[in-house]
Ligand binder design. Sequence first.
Ligand code: 13P
Ligand code: SF4
Length: 304
Amino acid sequence: MNRESLIEEILALKEKRKAIILAHNYQPPEIQDIADLRGDSLELSLKASKTDAEVIVFCGVFFMAETAKIVSPQKRVLIPVAGACCDMANMLSPEEVVRLREKYPGIPVVTYVNSTAEVKALSDICCTSANAVKVVGTFSEKKILMLPDMNLARYVQRFYPDKEIIYFEGFCPFHHLLSPEDIYQAKAEHPEAIFIAHPECRPEVIDLADYVASTSGMLRLAKELPHEEFIIGTEIGLLYPLSKVAPEKKFYHPAPDKMLCPSMKKTRLEDVLNALKNFEFEVTLPEEIRSKAYQAVKRMLELS
Ligand code: 13P
Ligand code: SF4
């Protein structure tokens, strides 16, 4: 089937199924192009909680589709590629969270949405890269446990010198690889460019950033700032939506080979069609886990 007929069939079936297609900002261009809504983790979970569609086709990684199911249990949530997972989410088991809670009794647990539903169910509140600083600021406690991303935790710590942020040593294997040397080299090659980093980057890289933002935050900055050139410190997939929101500007990636998340690149148009045709692959969750995880996600969404 050629691309045009594939897209036509997806759009027709989407109507028939009363479905909505959500895509994360890192998804392949052809998937972003057919999506009804694109965004960062926070925007997509908000959209999933508000849509009146009966079926959500979530083009992203598993924790994102799972979060859509957590907030919309009455809807069918489909992830077109069953094995698309977030390596950071897989680093932290629920058993480890129980152990950490025992080690730090009474301390609020703030969990990045890049985590499993079981881990969310054991947390007090969730956060995303877009709202982590705000979420931590809602606690009066001096000690906070942040899971599972140590780089996000160390970034948030900068805003609260009077707090002690304890963290689990998880990380995104792709953002963690970006080094200060990569940034020095990119700056030498593009002296006019400003550098925007994702908070999943290491502290030494954050130190060099002019701005730190979520993926959608980067899209807004690219559009709104007067600068013409940007060095982009996040997964390579963001370059496509950047080129769409500010086609007249220049975007450089400091380490394209290191910062490619394979799970984000797995979705093809054929997979989206298959999802709509065969209701594959459906995300299901035991109600006991979902309802507990919902409390943590709902608390976060109420702040947005
Ligand atoms: P955003 O919420 O900023 O889109 O980040 C999600 C993610 O997985 C970053 O690697
Ligand atoms: Fe997870 Fe990193 Fe991929 Fe984001 S880029 S989905 S944090 S593995």
